[in-house]
Design a protein around this ligand. Structure first.
Ligand code: COA
Length: 335
């Protein structure tokens, strides 16, 4: 077990969870005018896991977190901070505190962080700051989303993409070297309207001269082509910048884990960076785009499959609504 002190970061545990219910491409073809062939060839997606009303972001995130805590060989009571990256909390006031209670992480301060599909990268970078300043030693970073609640199921240009899930990692302070070697994160609000899950309200007069906006969040709206172009342009660039910060080049990378948005985007980014396809971790066929959960689920599955080993060098990159994008380069494990 890692000595819990110092201001270096080690990522020592991972876990993931997804709802049991699976919607196949053929199932989708019963809802909208599409086909398994079209979806597979344009996106690489075959299945997506969908949460029922009895499942929640808190519940799947807690399962993922428990697995990560167990792999890191710590107790929930040792956790100082929980960051839940999500755009789909069970409660708009935040879901992280409820997860804290479900885990029994009584000492931990907990908050939600919203950066859409970049959320996991942004949350990891945020966690790193608390470790580097010496404020905290054990931090749980969770990416959890139930996008199916917000998908417009009549819109075939977006409903094919999204699924539900949660992934988590444990970051620990160490005095034997900082394994987060480099990162870069960005936002561009000028393109905010390319991908939205926005509140829309109409004026409702409370009393003479005082109105409030009464309404509801609208389903996901996406300009798919614009997002595609944005991803192809910005993701290789931000990974190169994070690599530069780490003093490395792309050939040093053992594994590339991109936000699982589209297999074609992953292939194009890897090609641009000259990274062999064998090094690209993809599980998009099984889960679709699970937003903040996609990177930690892919990471956890690769760790548990014995692909990723302690000391391996990993590049991750998230991108999506905001628009936001970012990359981090780290070494897995405590060796
Ligand atoms: N099934 C069958 N046909 C479909 C379809 C579907 N599910 N969705 C769209 N089409 C049709 C369109 O109507 C269009 O028909 P037309 O040529 O007769 O007008 C044609 O297929 C091509 O549509 P287009 O939107 O150009 O497809 P595309 O190749 O760009 O693929 C996406 C669409 C959504 C798969 C792709 O743009 C994409 O993945 N973008 C990125 C989205 C993303 O990653 N979002 C999340 C970021 S976090």
């Amino acid at each position: 077990m890692l000595k819990r002190s110092g201001t270096g970061i080690a990522i020592t545990g991972s876990g993931s969870a997804a709802p049991a219910g699976i919607l196949t491409n053929d199932d989708l073809a019963k809802i909208v005018d599409t086909s398994d062939e079209w979806i597979k060839s344009r996106t690489g997606i075959k299945n997506r896991h969908l949460a029922t009303a009895s499942e929640s972001v808190c519940q799947i995130s807690t399962v993922a977190a428990q697995k990560a805590i167990s792999m890191a060989q710590i107790d929930a009571a040792d956790i100082d901070l929980i960051i839940l990256a999500t755009s789909t909390p069970d409660d708009l006031f935040g879901s992280a505190s409820k997860i804290q209670n479900m885990l029994g992480a009584s000492k931990a301060v907990a908050f939600d962080l919203t950066a859409a599909c970049s959320g996991f990268v942004f949350a990891l970078v945020t966690a790193a700051q608390f470790i580097r300043t010496g404020a905290y030693q054990n931090i749980l970073v969770i990416g959890g989303d139930i996008l199916s609640r917000w998908v417009d199921w009549s819109d075939r240009s977006s409903n094919i993409l999204f699924g539900d899930g949660a992934g988590a990692i444990v970051c620990q302070a160490t005095d034997s070297g900082d394994r987060l070697l480099g990162f870069e994160i960005y936002s561009d609000g000028t393109k905010n309207d390319c991908l939205t899950l926005a509140y829309q309200g109409g004026d409702r007069e409370l009393i003479d001269g005082i109105s409030i906006a009464k309404g509801a969040y609208q389903p996901i709206w996406m300009n798919g082509r614009e997002i595609y172009r944005f991803a192809i342009a910005k993701v290789p660039e931000v990974i190169e910048k994070a690599l530069f910060r780490a003093g490395l080049t792309a050939d040093a990378i053992d594994w590339l884990i991109l936000h699982q948005a589209n297999q074609r985007i992953m292939d194009a980014v890897a090609e641009r960076l000259n990274i062999e396809s064998e090094k690209v971790i993809s599980n998009i066929a099984e889960y679709g785009n699970t937003s903040a959960a996609s990177i930690p689920i892919a990471l956890d599955e690769a760790v548990r499959a014995g692909k990723i080993r302690s000391g391996d060098l990993i590049a991750i990159s998230g991108f999506g609504a905001g628009l936001t994008w970012g990359a981090a380069i780290f070494q897995w494990g405590d060796r």
